[in-house]
Structure formats: structure tokens, C-alpha cells
Design a protein around this ligand. Sequence first.
Ligand code: HEC
Length: 86
Amino acid sequence: MRARRRGGAIAALAIALGGCATSASEPRAEEPAIASVWRARCGACHAPVQPGERSVTALRAAAKRHDKRVHLAAAEWDALIAWLGK
Ligand code: HEC
């Protein structure tokens, strides 16, 4: 009886810890890889532009003005704009 109960508690703990490890090591499901670049780079000078806040056209124009401010590869800008644009 006692042993059984302890076993159950350990199993529950293992499940809880497993769940934690998964959510901490993986990016949120709805976010693409480029989101980590956005987090790291786009909030340095102003509040980061949120996904869906600006049109793709507005983002492309802003990206051009950011050429000297933020050094990202063209492919990174493409992925970023595709994700952020509405
Ligand atoms: C080195 C500073 C700096 C960093 C880093 C920076 N920005 Fe900016 N951003 C500015 C400045 C200054 C402006 C205002 C002038 C302008 O619009 O070009 C601006 C304006 C913008 C605008 C236009 C805002 C509007 O109201 O339409 C967008 C969109 C934008 N930034 C996106 C980004 C994104 C995406 C990133 C990350 C890749 C980023 N910024 C990182 C300095 C920065």
C-alpha cells in the first residue's frame, strides 16, 4: 500500500518534469525559427513590430530603411517579413 502510493507520486513527478523539459527546449509551436531572430534583434531600438501589425509592403519599405541598422541576410528578411506581414 505505502510502496504503491510512492510509486504513483514518482511517476507523476516524472511526467511533470518531462513536460517541463519539452516546453523549455522547443520553440512555441506556432512560431517559426525566424521568431528567435525577431526576439533577439527587433526590440533593440523600438518596441518590436508584432506579427500581423504591418502589411508586407510596409515591412519591405521599413526593411530597406533598416539596411544599415540591422544586418540580416536577405533570406532572413524574407522569412521575417513573411511571418510578420499581414
Ligand atoms: C538599430 C536600431 C533598430 C533596430 C535594431 C530595428 N529597428 Fe526598426 N526602426 C528603427 C528606427 C529608427 C525606426 C523609425 C524610422 C523608420 O521607420 O525607418 C524604425 C522603424 C521600424 C518600422 C516602421 C514602423 C512603422 O510604424 O511602420 C518597422 C516595420 C520596423 N522598424 C521593423 C523592424 C524590424 C522587423 C526589426 C528587426 C529586424 C527592427 N525594426 C529593428 C530602428 C531600429
